[in-house]
Design a protein around this ligand. Structure first.
Ligand code: 13P
Ligand code: SF4
Length: 354
């Protein structure tokens, strides 16, 4: 199958461009284009054999290296949003899960499947939302508002999940909130303020909102997106709810990574501007060979790079580290029993809700 086209730069004043080769070098470093074909195929074949030998499955997020996404799909694993990654890990028979994404995704897999071995190519891949929400700080806020339900985003540590009443991902946050509001509840929401404000605006929920954000989505710029829209007035704008409200307000569709992919497949519109991590363009292009995708700009006027929407932590997953973890079996997720038991309650609520 052919792939749809993905465009990054075609709308700014040429004085803002860096040279093509410099730009390609930069993109190579920060995106998935890291390997020469031969090296890539060799590593992929080695990993395929190691997965079989270890009865292991790959669970990858849409933001990871396309070479990892291809391998996951090709070996009966999955490429998914954070909710479906969690569900896949919990439902598979395989006793070793290799989670390619960021640490909270590996921890969620372990929380749901404590008896399985959960490995990750690196344990250093964290998330700015996780880093900005410490369990002790959330506990203090919870103690000040004992009348409120604590709802946390999946992008948090197991310890934070252990003190929450509910865990949600962006794909079900609105539905969970609707249900809890109908029970007359009030909330503490942590840690993503943009997603929190979006939920508040859509549902009217009474929420105290934590001041956290995603370093990648925070950078999408209204002005740049509008400039792009002027050039392609027939394009629809799709955005992840971690984007600032100025971006969400002008978007035609707001949803999780899976929801963005579903929308892109269903719409008859052939041009789509997408505001989320650039890793998603691999599946967007594969699934929609007839459509044209534009990366929403994430940099301001005068910048040398137009869109740098690559999560640095997702980018730490690469084929070499993936091969190594299957050989060495290090980088295993382990959680304190007490934390795991408590976190299981709030995470299971999320899984049982859907
Ligand atoms: P999704 O649940 O939409 O996959 O989002 C996870 C994430 O980390 C977005 O930045
Ligand atoms: Fe966290 Fe943002 Fe990276 Fe998602 S893209 S893992 S929210 S830092």
């Amino acid at each position: 199958m052919g792939a749809g086209t993905v465009k990054t730069i075609n709308y700014m004043d040429s004085s803002n461009f860096i040279s093509k080769s410099l730009r390609q070098e930069h993109l190579k470093k920060i995106s998935g284009l890291r390997y020469e074909d031969e090296e890539k195929y060799e590593l992929q074949s080695e990993i395929r054999n190691l997965l079989k030998k270890n009865n292991a499955l790959l669970i990858a997020h849409y933001y990871t290296d396309p070479a990892i996404q291809d391998l996951a799909l090709d070996t009966d694993g999955c490429v998914a949003d954070s909710l479906d990654m969690a569900k896949f890990g919990a439902n598979t028979e395989s006793n070793t899960l290799v989670v390619c994404g960021v640490k909270f995704m590996g921890e969620t897999a372990k929380i749901l499947s404590p008896d399985k071995t959960v490995l990750m190519p690196t344990l250093q891949a964290t998330c700015s939302l996780d880093l900005g929400c410490k369990a002790e700080d959330l506990q203090l806020l919870k103690d000040q508002h004992p009348d409120r339900e604590v709802i946390v985003y999946a992008n948090t540590s197991a310890e934070v999940k252990s003190i929450a009443d509910w865990v949600v991902t962006s794909s079900i946050a609105l539905d969970v909130m609707d249900r809890l509001m109908s029970e007359g509840k009030k909330f503490i929401w942590a840690p993503d303020k943009h997603l929190g404000n979006y939920i508040q605006k859509e549902t009217g929920a009474d929420m105290i909102i934590w001041d956290g954000s995603c370093v990648v989505h925070e950078e999408f710029k209204l002005e740049g997106i509008m400039n792009l829209k002027h050039l392609h007035s027939d394009a629809l704008i799709l955005a992840h709810p971690e984007c600032p409200d100025k971006v969400l307000n002008i978007s035609d569709f707001v949803g999780s990574t899976s929801q963005i992919l579903n929308f892109a497949k269903k719409t008859n519109n052939l041009k789509l501007i997408v505001a989320t991590d650039a890793g998603i363009f691999h599946q967007l292009a594969l699934q929609n060979p007839n459509k044209e995708f534009f990366q929403a700009p994430s940099s301001g006027k005068g910048a040398t790079c137009i869109s740098c929407a690559y999560c640095p932590w997702m980018g730490m997953n690469d084929l070499l580290k993936l091969r190594d973890v299957l050989v060495n079996k290090d980088n295993e997720i382990s959680l304190e029993e007490n934390i795991l038991d408590k976190a299981q309650k709030s995470v299971k609520r999320m899984i049982d809700f859907v």
